[in-house]
Design a protein around this ligand. Sequence first.
Ligand SMILES: [Zn+2]
Length: 325
Amino acid sequence: MEIKLVSPFDAHLHLRDGDLLKTAAPISARAFAGAIAMPNLTPPIASLEAANAYKARILAHCGEPFELVAAIYLTPALAARDLEGVKIVKLYPIGVTTGAESGVTDIDRYDRLFGAMSDRGAILSVHGETNGEVLAREAQFAPIYENLAKRYPRLKIVMEHISSIALVNLLDRYENLFATITLHHLLYTLDDLLGGRLNPHLFCKPIVKTAADRGALRKLAFAAHPKVSFGSDSAPHLRAAKEGASGAAGVFSAPVLLPALAELFEAHSALGALQAFVSDNARRIYGVAPAEKIVTLIKRPTIVPDEIGGVVPLLAGETIAWSLA
Ligand SMILES: [Zn+2]
């Protein structure tokens, strides 16, 4: 049995820089036709110039054609005049995740910028969490999404890596709200992270939540809800950074994404929705047109390596029922 996917697209990807980029870039370029690269490097990718330079560094390691959109980090210095040629601006509330130290505090300050983005058709991508209690952070951000959606009705706003029922419920309430969903939020709950022995490789922001939250996300994914794109949020950290006394947030899922999604969708009789979930929706929502690339998945078990380039991938050591051809 095999599945052919046309131009899979990862709408939320962390490729890092330097040696980690060398490891991560070819893995995503092999399985996907393109991706949106997130800008939370140190220093952040905060201008079109920096984004273009980063894009060139990424493409140098891809080894094959890859349609790349580099998002621009919304720092307090970003102004409407900097938007020329910018497709996606990423908003991190300050301090909420890896590399969010340069993020924003007062969202109301960006009225002119958001207005200009609406006029130009630029997309606002948001890490929607507050600095509140860890399980409530996303739900606490819901009113901020609602404010933005109402105030800028022509601005496309992407609620990134949604992980809770609170945000699932917002999706259809505002025409201009969209979302991405990761593989790990479809697979896991808090019990997998810390119900038995602590598994630092499942620790991410936003944190995986309850079975009810996961169920609501699965419902969207298995129906390939037209306002939802697949965005892996794959984010490699070296083993020592994950397993040390202060474990970093981020899950390196890129090496397993399509086989693991095929296994999950098949188990829920949803294989028919996979093409739209991993490609068609994103191409429509973001207006991207990667060169056609047919990726074939075969029903043949793969054993996931324990480590790749010093990074422990998601599902390390486990067997997935599907493989990339
Ligand atoms: Zn991310």
